[in-house]
Design a protein around this ligand. Structure first.
Ligand code: GMP
Length: 209
């Protein structure tokens, strides 16, 4: 099952190259997403065998587990923020970007309806600029309430996102710019073009800050 493709990273992280495995802790494996939907896009895979095959909403009902994952996610978020800064400001001594809250540019959360069977948390820069964003779900799964920040968990019992039809509705929504809120209706070409323009503006604002 192609939906099981994240399993090997959890079972035998050491057999994968360091270009993919960023780090292993006793509780998590940090990997690069193979189809990054933004400038920096990594996944946190919790290793707990009792949780790995649960839906994230079920897994994160356990507040002790959630607290452990949050701790690891905090570490990974720092790593991603540093990489983002390097990508935008460069690496050298006079690289710049010290006036920027880089972690504020990074989102941490799960999909309301994950496409892979093994529990994973997305840690992703928020500009969403990537040639891997090729269809509606790629954009809407990160830029609507289909993306559930770790802070919003555990999900309340009355949250509509427990329902499949609500998840489907979120993925089918009209496009809205993550940065300026402008609507693009049903036009994928329109939102892609606009996200590319916002990418330039976003970068400029970060470099000048
Ligand atoms: O939500 C599942 C995420 O897993 C998506 O962002 C996919 O791009 C990513 N993904 C799917 N298959 C693989 C894989 O084999 N390796 C890695 N590293 N990521 C994957």
């Amino acid at each position: 099952d192609p939906r099981d493709a994240l399993a090997p990273y959890i079972i035998s992280p050491s057999t994968h190259p360091p270009s993919i495995i960023l780090k292993q802790t006793p509780t998590s494996v940090f990997i690069r997403d193979a189809f990054p939907k933004a400038l920096v896009h990594v996944l946190l895979l919790p290793r707990d065998p009792e949780k790995t095959l649960l839906h994230p909403f079920e897994a994160f009902k356990d507040e002790e587990f959630l607290a452990r994952v949050r701790t690891d996610a905090g570490e990974l978020k720092e790593l991603v923020a540093r990489e983002l800064r390097r990508k935008i400001c460069g690496g050298g001594k006079a690289a710049g970007g010290e006036g920027v809250d880089w972690e504020a540019e990074v989102k941490v959360g799960v999909h309301a309806g994950p496409s892979m069977n093994h529990l994973h948390v997305h840690v992703i820069s928020r500009e969403g600029f990537s040639d891997r964003v090729k269809k509606r779900v790629h954009y809407n799964s990160f830029n609507t309430a289909f993306f559930v920040p770790l802070e919003e968990l555990p999900l309340r019992n009355d949250d509509p996102r427990w329902e499949h039809h609500e998840r489907a509705r979120l993925l089918k929504m009209d496009y809205t710019c993550w940065r300026c809120g402008r609507g693009f209706g049903n036009s994928f070409v329109g939102i892609k073009q606009h996200v590319a323009e916002e990418f330039v503006e976003w970068k400029k604002a970060l470099i000048e800050a």
